[in-house]
Design a protein around this ligand. Structure first.
Ligand code: SF4
Length: 340
């Protein structure tokens, strides 16, 4: 489902929805698996909010920017983002099976986006990784790297396998949730074929995303030797309440996915309707601390606009400036540390 007409035909939006200007700016993508999860009778359905476009996306605010996390200022060659010394992003493709309405790279992904690396560009990107011996980890993101066929992924892995100093290959993907049928033995073999330790960060934002097919995909990945971690975005109307967040994090752990990042939403254009305040986010993550197991705790992070990297913004620790800290517990009460 890729057009406004498709959405109208599926009764996901009303006819004359006014969405044509949105579709001209930002890609639309809804897979059959996602369609199954959407409740058309609920105007505030958290699945629809994530994937069905809205005219609210036409409203941009002064602080929003096309490249909210500053990828471009850290891109030495096409397809590589080198923000931290020991790791790089490798963005081989800029398409996804779905297009999330809050996407932080919405200006780069989709049919009008940055496209797929040419083979010459890929050669330069691989040479860059090979030449920088400090690169310990390669993170395949995009776009969604799992839109590539197992054959093409295996080709990429074969090239990384030859780079001795790369020890970890990490994939960031929505595929196990939104197109779980792609996760089969052939895909797992491709993902792990570099012989490096393979991590996969599963992107999910609501516990309803753990469909039986998604759970089966997670199982195939784990049992195939892939280590799973989570990434979620804290989104108004989707998961900005403690019950939903707790169920989401528990769902990850029950599926052998270690909660990793809970992102504060980035300043992507036309996404202000999804953003909550940092203080509100801190209260939510503090409430999680008291409610669910330590295994289920994500790190609440902000990608500092401009490309300055991630900051842990969940730590409710305030320096008192006198050699002592004030530490806030999960019920909001402050304690001095060291005590007394
Ligand atoms: S899958 Fe990731 S890159 Fe693609 S639209 Fe969603 S958030 Fe953006």
């Amino acid at each position: 489902m890729k057009t406004v007409a498709d959405l109208e035909g599926a009764k996901l939006v009303s006819v004359q929805s006014g969405l044509d200007p949105v579709a001209e700016k930002y890609a639309i993508g809804i897979t059959p698996a996602v369609l199954d999860l959407i409740d058309r009778n609920d105007p505030a359905d958290p699945m629809a909010l994530q994937f069905v476009p809205s005219t609210a996306e036409l409203h941009t605010t002064a602080e929003e920017r096309d490249d909210p996390i500053g990828d471009l200022s850290h891109s030495p060659v096409e397809g590589i983002v080198h923000r931290y010394p020991d790791r790089v992003l490798l963005k081989a493709v800029h398409v996804c099976p779905v297009y999330c309405r809050f996407c932080f790279r919405r200006e780069m992904v989709g049919p009008q986006g940055l496209g797929t690396l040419t083979s010459a560009e890929l050669d330069v990107a691989m040479d860059y990784i090979a030449d920088h011996t400090e690169i310990w980890e390669v993170i395949l993101t995009g776009g969604d790297p799992l839109v590539l066929s197992p054959r093409r992924l295996a080709g990429l892995m074969e090239r990384l396998a030859k780079i001795e100093h790369v020890k970890i290959v990490r994939f960031h993907t929505r595929v196990p949730v939104v197109e779980p049928e792609r996760i089969d033995a052939e895909m797992v073999a491709a993902l792990t074929s570099s012989g490096k330790t393979t991590y996969l960060a599963v992107h999910a934002n609501h516990p309803r995303e753990f469909s039986p097919a998604a759970r089966a995909a997670f199982k195939t990945l784990v049992e195939g030797g892939v280590v799973l971690v989570s990434q979620s975005v804290l989104l108004r109307g989707v998961n900005d309440d403690v019950e939903t967040l707790a169920a989401l994090m528990r769902g990850f752990v029950e599926n052998r996915i270690k909660p990793y990042y809970l992102h504060h939403p980035d300043l992507a254009p036309g996404t202000s309707h999804f953003r909550i305040g940092i203080e509100e986010g801190q209260k939510l993550v503090a409430a999680l601390r008291g409610r669910i197991s330590g295994l289920c705790q994500p790190t609440y992070v902000l990608d500092i606009p401009g490309g300055y990297g991630k900051a842990d913004i969940g730590a409710a620790t305030v320096s008192a400036g006198d050699g002592c800290f004030r530490v806030r517990d999960w019920q909001g009460e402050e304690h001095a540390y060291p005590p007394g």
